[in-house]
Design a protein around this ligand. Structure first.
Ligand SMILES: [Fe+2]
Length: 305
């Protein structure tokens, strides 16, 4: 291994091992564990120690059980092979290391196959609180514990089904511009639904309101803010609202939606697919998130079965 690559470690934005793979067009990579620097392990340790008491207070019970089931280490970056050895027998899910952004269809298709695209880099130790892109703390400490829960894992697989349905629903549209327009709307609706549930969802339960969204569960500041702050609007989830609501990025979410259970969420994903088939996602409100060209292309070129 070149000395330069060793010295940089696997820090977000400055990891030659990952950037070179991306330049070679390799999306799926290995977690080259020996590359993590002492600073990388220290960043994990700090993030984990700091957030742990907040999980106990604000995280849903399934997440807390997932943390225990996975035996996530407190003092070093986890090895994905260790995580997967414990995760796979529970729900069939696997964390799959990637070099960066995974275009829409490929991302949902991974979920369909019970694979979760997982970032291997970790944020720099001096930027604990905010990072615009996901890192391994967000993906493995925020998302993967939820994948130990059968009902939640099945919800992710249903999201994957929806992406296949989107391709099938638009395949026969003759006019290429109209096909692209419909797909952009459907992808936007799916992304918003994913954002307000899997990333930022709240649940009403016996202990009051708790978080199951991974964007909240991996953010020390926002986890408390989402549940305690008077500045946040929290509403029972409504499909017609969620698919038309622009997502806000770069700051704490001012609006969050609550589900009653994972059965409730599963029913909603079913309804999302039904609405897609009925054409109700072909014209959603403009606004974030943007659907970029690689997302659109991934759907246009998708192989479905
Ligand atoms: Fe995420």
């Amino acid at each position: 291994m070149p000395q330069a690559a060793m010295a940089e470690g696997l820090t977000t934005g400055r990891a030659p091992f990952v950037e070179e793979a991306r330049h070679r067009g390799e999306l799926y990579i290995q977690q080259n564990y020996d590359l993590y620097s002492p600073e990388n392990h220290e960043a994990w340790r700090k993030l984990y120690r700091r957030i742990r008491p907040r999980w106990e207070r604000y995280a849903n019970d399934h997440f807390l059980r997932g943390i225990e089931a996975l035996h996530l280490p407190m003092d070093r970056v986890p090895r994905l092979t260790d995580v997967n050895r414990r995760l796979q027998p529970l729900t069939g899910f696997q964390a799959k290391p990637v070099s960066g952004y995974v275009p829409g269809f490929l991302f949902f298709d991974c979920l369909h196959r019970r694979e979760f695209p997982t970032t291997i880099t970790i944020r720099p130790a001096d930027r604990m609180d905010y990072l615009p892109e996901p890192d391994i703390f967000h993906d493995v400490a925020g998302h993967v514990p939820m994948h130990t829960e059968r009902a939640f894992a099945d919800i992710l697989v249903r999201f994957g089904d929806c992406a296949h349905t989107a391709v099938e629903m638009t395949r026969d549209v003759r006019d290429p511009q109209e096909r692209a327009r419909r797909l952009r709307n459907i992808i936007k609706a799916m992304s918003r639904f994913f954002w307000f549930t899997v990333e930022f969802g709240l649940m009403r339960g016996a202990r009051g309101i708790c978080a199951y969204g991974s964007g909240l569960l991996s953010s020390y500041g926002e986890l408390e803010h989402a549940i305690e702050s008077d500045e946040v609007q929290r509403y029972p989830i409504q499909m017609e609202w969620v698919i038309n609501q622009g997502a806000e990025i770069d700051h704490y979410q001012p609006l969050l939606f609550m589900v009653d259970s994972f059965d409730h969420l599963f029913e909603l994903v079913d309804r999302l697919e039904r609405w897609m088939r009925e054409g109700k996602l072909n014209n959603v409100a403009p606004g974030l998130p943007d659907v970029n060209d690689s997302d659109l292309k991934s759907f246009l070129e998708a192989e479905t079965h």
